[in-house]
Design a protein around this ligand. Sequence first.
Ligand code: ATP
Ligand code: MG
Length: 561
Amino acid sequence: MTSDETQSQDFIRTIIADDLAIGKHEQIVTRFPPEPNGYLHIGHAKSICLNFGIAKENTKARCHLRFDDTNPTKEEQEYVESIKDNVRWLGFDWGEHLYFASDYFEQIYQYAEHLITTGKAYVCDLSAEDTRAYRGTLTEPGKNSPYRDRPVAENLDLFRRMQAGEFPDGTRVLRAKIDMASGNMNMRDPVLYRILHASHHRTGDTWCIYPMYDYTHPISDALEGITHSLCTLEFADHRPLYDWTLDNLPTPCHPRQIEFARLNLSYTVVSKRKLLQLVNDGHVSGWDDPRMPTLSGIRRRGYTPAALRSFCDKIGVAKKDSMVDVALLEHCVRDDLNETAVRVMGVLAPLKVVITNYPEDRTENLTAQNHPQKPELGERAVPFGREVYIEREDFMEEPAKKFFRLAPGREVRLRYAYFIKCEKVIKDEISGEIIELHCTYDPATLGGSAPDGRKVKGTIHWVSAAHGVPAEVRLYDRLFTEENPDAGEADFKTFVNPESLLVLNNCLVEPSLANAQPGSHYQFERQGYFCVDILDSQDGKPVFNRTVTLRDTWEKEKAKG
Ligand code: ATP
Ligand code: MG
């Protein structure tokens, strides 16, 4: 990470600094605890940057990567691998500290027996429906389960038989004995263990009872010596249960849970469950579709780790939920790519230009700068010949008022080449469509200026017809038409933007891009930042994903009229 990415002091970092100052901890330990039931999304990036960021900023601190894998029916190894890959890609390292909650199943089980023995947990035989009815509501207290006062020995016997596989799924649970009248629903004798005859991706068929998240999480934190357990606001109501669990068990320590606001981003959804629906219903090509707010999708789209870290830094860490404008994320990636991306020329909708006074058999290798503001990024050769392609929209037969590009009788500069002047417009006799332009060039203008001092108002990009490489370009727009697709009554999927993907098949790019490295970033001059697709791009037939546009003043002018 570069030094300009210094973190501002948020309320969590302040707590940690204070804890260190008073000597409460010698070493800060945080953790990022994903459930491997889907791909990580941009919201997780916030949590990763916070937890791993704090570990990086403090000497002797560390951050664990822990998979919260207590739900065997929804979890898969594929997700574990993608999550590891995403965290590494974001620039963070857990070192030796990779953990799985399932590694603690035996200890968690022993702790459950401890709670039973100390009269703090009981086996309950109520059906799911009755359990709900007994639970009460937000305004009414619950009722004690008729099984609440089972003797310890009976509880212990039943619990052991649950694990021995004697009972079918859903027939019994182990519950904490707390308070059925508590104002906090989470404290009304929450379920600690359920029966589930399902194979686990790591423990196989060893277990047929599985601990619940709220019970597993504090124990996992304590076993790992976590000092600060940072989670999102929806867990604030679970904190009393977190603390109850640790207060009633002989765990090695009692971590402090601190909640912060989750990231919500406009024009998208950040919930694995919802993202899974988009995948399953075919709205996108997969978890790594470049329109998805998953880290795999964002990466494939061309967002950089530095841009995401800078974004997370800018949004900060607060205690109140809010919606972050996706334009800020776009700003961050522009900012980063502006520094690093090599400038190239690519024509998305080609229009042929024949330079009638340029020798037919001639090719010149002109010099283009890789980054006009950064000479240290070097130069490259761009071939030029009698026929070139320009962008169709860089020509207007009857130019609008503020259109300064090519038009009949008008002269413009071809980037890195010559001034050309449009002499003739060739159209299809039947359709009237413009097929090509006949232009002349001024050999004295190589390098971009005329010796006689005459000026041109427009500079346009181009690709040599004889050397251009055919390319596919994918233009992405926001995935949803609504700023908050989740806000109303309607299913969020009804707001999927039907124009979120536009595939252009007839593009031409300069020959330096023929074998462009998958995953590499470019600025197509005047058009935007593009990333070579990591899955579909091939040598000689590159595929580019548009990461983000450049700011388009012409569109603004046009809108103003
Ligand atoms: P989802 O709602 O998408 O399923 P989750 O919270 O169930 O997310 P986990 O795998 O349990 O996903 O999350 C791992 C960590 O990431 C948790 O500590 C969680 O609080 C945090 N996290 C999840 N979503 C966000 C978000 N939008 N903003 C910040 N942190 C998040
Ligand atoms: Mg979760």
